[in-house]
Design a protein around this ligand. Structure first.
Ligand SMILES: *Cc1c(COP(=O)(O)O)cnc(C)c1O
Length: 379
C-alpha cells in the first residue's frame, strides 16, 4: 500500500540511494569563506564573519538586532534570561515541540506549562491559550499569576512547527493582555512569514537555530533577534562572558555564558544565508509535488496555514491512525526512505510529567499520526 509513496519519493530524489529526512547543501561560497577564515587565523570567538552574519541576518528577517550564539538552545536560553525568567517562574509552551524548548526553560529554573496546539498550524493555539489563562490565572500588580501554584507566568514560547507559522499575532495580543513576555522559538522557521512579517520578529525576542538539519546550517549555531536596543546589548554581553570592554583588563560584571558563535561557523553561515532564497524556492517546488501526490489519498499533507508563507522546512503528512503510522514508518525506513514520527509529547517525558497542562487533545491526536518525509533541497 505504501509502495507507491516510496516509489514517488525515490523518483523525486533520483540522485540519492538512501533518502534521508534533511541534508545540508553546500553549493555556494562555503569553502571560499571558510578558507578565508582559516587564512585570517580568526577562527574562534571574534571575527569579521560573526559581525557580518549578525548584520545580514537582522536585515534579512527585518529585526533591528541579531546576536549570534553557539546553538539554538543557547539562543532560547538567553532569550528567556533576557525576559527575566528565573527560579519559581512558569513559562507556557506547547507539548508538541523539540526538547530544546523545554530544556531552555528548565535551565532558568522555571517550569513549563503545556497548552494545546492547533491541528492546522501544529503550533500553539490562541484559543487554548486564552482558555487556559481564563481558567487558571489572574493579573495582580501587572503580573500574570497562576491561581493554582501562585507562581508568576512570566513568558510564553510558541514554536513554528516544521516551519509552519502558528497564529502568532493572536498569541501576541493575548500575551500583551496578560502581561506575559512573548518569546518565539523560530528555530525551524527561517524563511517563514505570517501576514507578510518574518516569524521570530513578533515577540520581544526570537530564537533561531542553524543546526545541521535546519534549512541553513553553520554546523552548529543559533541567533537571537530583537528590536530592543537594551535587550540586544544585554544579549551580546551575557553571551560573551559578560566581559567589561577594556584594552587589557579582565573584568566581568555578572555571571555570563560562553555562548559565542565561532567565526568559522559564522563564515559557513554567511555563505548559507546567500543560498536561502534558492533553498526556499526549491522547497516550495517539492512541497507542491507532495501536495499534488497526496491530493486524493487517505493521507493528508500538511500545507502552509492561512495567512502564512511557510519555508516548508520539513514536509509532514497525517496518517489515518497510529496503526497506519507505524506500518508506514516500518515500510519506508526498511525501503531506503527515511521517515520519522513527530516528537513524543513533552508532558509525557519523565522530567516534565508533573508539569501543569491544559486540555491537550489536538497535540495527542497529532502525536499519533504525524510523520515527516524527505525534505532536502533537491540538486
Ligand atoms: C533545532 C531546534 C532548536 C535548537 O536546536 P539546537 O540544536 O540547539 O540548535 C530549538 N527548538 C526547536 C523547536 C528546534 O527544532
Amino acid at each position: 500500500m505504501y509502495a507507491k509513496i516510496v516509489k514517488f519519493i525515490q523518483d523525486t530524489f533520483v540522485a540519492q540511494k538512501f533518502i534521508s529526512l534533511h541534508e545540508p547543501r553546500f553549493i555556494g561560497n562555503e569553502k571560499k569563506y571558510l578558507n578565508d577564515c582559516i587564512d585570517s587565523t580568526f577562527v574562534s570567538s571574534v571575527g569579521a564573519y560573526v559581525d557580518r552574519f549578525e548584520k545580514e541576518f537582522a536585515l534579512h528577517v527585518g529585526s533591528k538586532y541579531a546576536i549570534a550564539t553557539v546553538n539554538g538552545t543557547a539562543a532560547l536560553h538567553v532569550s528567556l534570561v533576557l525576559m527575566g525568567v528565573g527560579e519559581s517562574d512558569e513559562v507556557i509552551t506547547q507539548p508538541l515541540t523539540f526538547i530544546a524548548t523545554c530544556n531552555a526553560i528548565t535551565y532558568c529554573g522555571a517550569k513549563p506549562i503545556f497548552v494545546d496546539v492547533d491541528r492546522d498550524t501544529l503550533g500553539l493555539s490562541p484559543e487554548a491559550l486564552r482558555t487556559f489563562l481564563n481558567e487558571n490565572a489572574h493579573i495582580k500588580d501587572n503580573q500574570c499569576i497562576n491561581k493554582i501554584t501562585k507562581k508568576v507566568i512570566k513568558a510564553c514560547v510558541p514554536m513554528h512547527t516544521f516551519g509552519h507559522p502558528c497564529r502568532i499575532d493572536e498569541i501576541k495580543a493575548i500575551c500583551d493582555e496578560w502581561h506575559i513576555a512573548l518569546i518565539e522559538d523560530a528555530a525551524e522557521s527561517l524563511g517563514s512569514y505570517y501576514k507578510g512579517r518574518h516569524t521570530g520578529t513578533f515577540g520581544r525576542v526570537g530564537a533561531f537555530s542553524f543546526n545541521g538539519n535546519k534549512i541553513i546550517t553553520s554546523g552548529g549555531g543559533g541567533v537571537v533577534v530583537t528590536d530592543d536596543e537594551v535587550l540586544a546589548k544585554k544579549a551580546k554581553h551575557i553571551t560573551t562572558t559578560a566581559k567589561v570592554p577594556h584594552k587589557w583588563l579582565f573584568v566581568h560584571d555578572e555571571i555570563g555564558y560562553n555562548y559565542r558563535l565561532p567565526n568559522l561557523n559564522a563564515a559557513l553561515l554567511v555563505a548559507q544565508l546567500e543560498q536561502l532564497n534558492n533553498f526556499l524556492e526549491n522547497k516550495r517546488d517539492l512541497a507542491k509535488r507532495y501536495e499534488a501526490f497526496f491530493k486524493d489519498s487517505k493521507i493528508s499533507y500538511v500545507k502552509e496555514p492561512k495567512d502564512s508563507k511557510s519555508n516548508y522546512w520539513l514536509n509532514a503528512i497525517i496518517l489515518e491512525n497510529k496503526e497506519q503510522r507505524d506500518i508506514f514508518l516500518e515500510y519506508t525506513n526498511s525501503n531506503g526512505v527515511m521517515s520519522r514520527p513527530i516528537w513524543t509529547l513533552m508532558n509525557k517525558l519523565e522530567m516534565f510529567k508533573a508539569c501543569q497542562c491544559g486540555d491537550l487533545s489536538n497535540a495527542s491526536w497529532l502525536e499519533e499520526r504525524v510523520v515527516n518525509i524527505p525534505s532536502s533541497v533537491r540538486i
